[in-house]
Design a binder for this molecule. Structure first.
Ligand code: NAD
Length: 337
């Protein structure tokens, strides 16, 4: 059975990345589009064989409740709109896939979880790396005895931000700067590679506020997470250089990914006794990480299971994100327990 998805926000990710992936899905199909641009929505709908009834605007979005063809709403909007559309989707009786970061505050995440719970609907966050073959293989390798005791993770993600007018560089829409975007990958990697929850964070920020891109949000932010086992994770994100890397140091060996979390072309090595070996991971759960992610939520809905990256997982990250910002602002270590 294929469940119907409504894609909300026909931008770079929703239209450019997600919609083309339905052809790779076994349990998911495109059922509707939600857009503020009627001409674009009509064109996309026509290209995918959808009737005009499958087109919604932001204004009439709530009437999606009357469309039984839509099982799941996928929120691909700017970060500050995630909470509103997740809650409206749940109230319309739909399951929700929400892009990362889950929202721009812990309070919003909690409201989203509560709304989905009240409506008895699933909530999953678009953490695609959990469905990406290289990252799945790296998580397995991290746990193997010949990696030894995990001591350190390093994770760096960034790109060169362009247009200063883009929503990503506006505090009200993005919630923050690089941390709210690529920083989420660094933070997620620290948690899924160690398999632990951090107990403290210490952060520092460095931003050239005279750069027109960074009048409202941070460029570079670096933070150290402390884990109960004694492992540390040095994480970083920036909007002024391209970087995409994860390194895990165990007492017996290391696991390294570069690029680590791209849409494709990620590479993985192990290092032991001074010898490097490139690993070809076995295939992930889907034809692509995107198809694996889309089908995971469909299967969870069909089988009544909780997604492996649920709303609670997004909330955990936002709690840490808020602590990272606070640590950088106050110049002190923030305890997370
Ligand atoms: P985008 O700017 O390309 O698209 C955003 C869409 O939202 C556009 O269609 C735009 O018209 C619409 N929109 C509605 N109201 C808007 C408003 N007030 N201001 C600006 N745009 C508005 O952005 P994107 O890259 O598609 O990002 C969308 C979401 O997806 C973000 O939360 C982002 O973090 C996430 N994302 C995730 C990945 C991933 O790999 N998981 C990759 C890219 C983006």
């Amino acid at each position: 059975r294929k469940l119907g998805y409504a894609i909300v926000g026909l931008g770079g990710y929703g239209l450019g990345r997600i919609i083309p992936e339905f052809k790779n899905c076994a349990h998911s199909r495109l059922a509707a589009v939600v857009s503020g641009d009627p001409a674009k929505a009509k064109k996309v709908a026509a290209e995918h064989g959808l009737s005009d009834k499958a087109i919604y605007s932001y204004a009439n979005f709530d009437s999606i409740r009357d469309n039984p063809d839509v099982d799941i709403v996928y929120v691909c909007l700017p970060n500050s709109m995630h909470a509103e559309y997740t809650i409206r989707a749940a109230k319309a009786g739909k399951h929700v896939m929400c892009e990362k970061p889950m929202a721009i505050s812990v309070a919003e995440c909690e409201a989203m979880i509560a709304a989905c719970k009240a409506a008895n609907r699933k909530l999953m966050i678009g953490y695609r790396c959990h469905f990406e073959a290289t990252n799945i293989a790296a998580m397995r390798l991290a746990k193997q005895p010949d990696t030894g005791k995990i001591r350190y993770v390093r994770s760096e993600h960034g790109f060169n931000a362009g247009d200063p007018k883009a929503w990503r560089l506006k505090k009200a829409l993005a919630g923050g700067g690089s941390l709210m975007d690529m920083g989420v990958y660094s933070l997620q990697a620290a948690r899924y590679m160690t398999g632990e929850e951090p107990i403290a964070v210490t952060a520092r920020e460095s931003t050239d506020r005279t750069d027109p891109r960074f009048h409202e949000v941070e460029d570079m932010i670096e933070w150290t997470l402390e884990f109960p086992s004694g492992a540390l994770a040095g994480c970083q994100s920036m909007y002024s250089a391209n970087q995409n890397r994860i390194l895990l140091m165990g007492s017996k060996g290391r696991v390294e990914l570069e690029p680590a979390t791209r849409y494709d072309g990620n590479r993985l090595w192990t290092g032991r006794d001074g010898r490097e070996q490139e690993i070809s991971p076995p295939p992930g759960p889907g034809k692509t990480q995107f198809a694996g992610q889309l089908d995971h939520l469909s299967q969870c809905v069909i089988d009544g299971r909780e997604p492996i990256v649920s709303g609670e997982e997004g909330l955990r990250d936002l709690r840490i994100v808020e602590a990272i910002y606070r640590s950088a602002r106050e110049g002190k270590t923030i305890r997370l327990t």
